[in-house]
Write a protein that binds this ligand. Sequence first.
Ligand code: SF4
Length: 115
Amino acid sequence: MNLTVVKNATCTFCGCVCDDIELHADGERITETKGACILGQAWFKNHTAERLYPDALIDGREATVDEAVEAAAEFLHAADMPLVYGLSNVTCEAQRQAVYLAELIGGVIDSHTSL
Ligand code: SF4
């Protein structure tokens, strides 16, 4: 089995964009992530190009995107203090829309990096 080493890889997970990470891969998976924090390690080692989930879930059950959007709107409308949370690995445009949504519903916004 060949070991591939990539020096100065860039992690795009949280937005800090660390660009000094060394990755080791065995042909199928990334096996080592030198210099990445615990979030970066998890991202590099556990994300694949495989399609593991359906487009949308409601309470763990497969749903269409339209059904999920409707359910999300109902949850947010009923919430006392809605939280818009996550936002890793999303585009600037999606983050802009998340901020707009948080303002619209009188909620708060946070990213996973506050962990
Ligand atoms: S998740 Fe960690 S390694 Fe990746 S960019 Fe953020 S701080 Fe850097």
